[in-house]
Write a protein that binds this ligand. Structure first.
Ligand code: ADP
Ligand code: MG
Length: 254
């Protein structure tokens, strides 16, 4: 059965999508079978995996509203090497459409139960909010990976997310735990980043992943080619860091 992880942080632009697609591609490189679920109506993880969100006949939206089976809605991305349950703008409607429905926060969990035998890992890219969509992700997952930049207010932001995760753990999903905090867009030349990084380790201990993802322009360029950075430029520092992160993840679960 697959290990299911949400990549979440209620802040936008912190590297969630970059982490999701590159960890997915890195896991494929180390021999894992992966499904990537895009829960953000922006569909950046879908496009960044080489799947055109405008051409999808079925998306995670249809799956959440039980208008399609996940078995039919997932597609294989030849470019990135993993399966994708894609998203596009339509998904923004789900937020409201789910409200009156039964089991509204458990829809994704139920869908993933139908395919979790097909994968070693299922990675869920969450939107930048603590919304009904994110809640579906948190209810479906065994754990949360939190990408964060080592900036001044970083700790404060993480505290909100940790509280939400505790509430979901207590009320909706006993399995849920924080797998770890991933330092991303890291620039070791900036003293403040080093200081915040040390603070993080002091505060969260071994919940901080050993791997650090550097700021690397190749990771930022890759989405415009519809590729994860790991595949776009495997020799880049960013790509190598994500493959190392994939190895760290697999090692932690053994
Ligand atoms: P989120 O999904 O949290 O909104 P993204 O993954 O889309 O964040 O990243 C925000 C922006 O930062 C994007 O333009 C992305 O290409 C860029 N970016 C993310 N990680 C890195 C990195 N390690 N080095 C350089 N640019 C990065
Ligand atoms: Mg994103």
């Amino acid at each position: 059965m697959a290990k299911i992880f949400c990549i979440a942080n209620q802040k936008g632009g912190v590297g969630k999508t970059t982490t999701t697609v590159n960890l997915a591609a890195g896991l494929v490189q180390v021999g894992q079978r992966v499904l990537m679920v895009d829960l953000d109506p922006q569909g950046n993880a879908t496009m960044g995996s080489g799947v055109d969100k405008r051409k999808l006949a079925m998306t995670v939206y249809d799956v959440l509203l039980e208008a399609a089976s996940i078995v039919d809605a997932r597609v294989h991305s030849e470019k990135s090497g993993y399966d994708v349950l894609g998203a596009n703008r339509e998904l923004s409607g789900a937020e409201i459409e789910l409200v009156p429905l039964e089991r509204r926060e458990k829809r994704l969990k139920q869908a993933l139960a139908k395919v979790d035998k097909d994968y070693d890992f299922i990675l869920i890219d969450c939107p930048p909010s603590l919304s009904m969509l994110t809640l579906n992700g948190l209810c479906a997952a065994h754990g949360v990976i939190v990408p964060m930049q080592c900036e001044y207010f970083a700790l404060e932001g993480v505290t909100d997310l940790v509280n939400t995760i505790k509430q979901v753990h207590a009320n909706l999903n006993k399995d849920l735990q924080i797998i770890g905090l991933l330092r991303v867009m890291f620039d070791p030349r900036i003293t403040l980043q080093q200081q915040v990084s040390e603070q993080l380790k002091g505060h969260f201990g071994d919940k901080v992943f050993n791997t650090v993802i550097p700021r690397n322009v190749r990771l930022a360029e890759a989405p415009s080619y519809g590729l994860p950075g790991v595949i776009f430029d495997p020799s880049s520092k960013g790509a190598q860091a994500f493959v190392a992160f994939a190895q760290e993840m697999v090692g932690r679960l053994l």
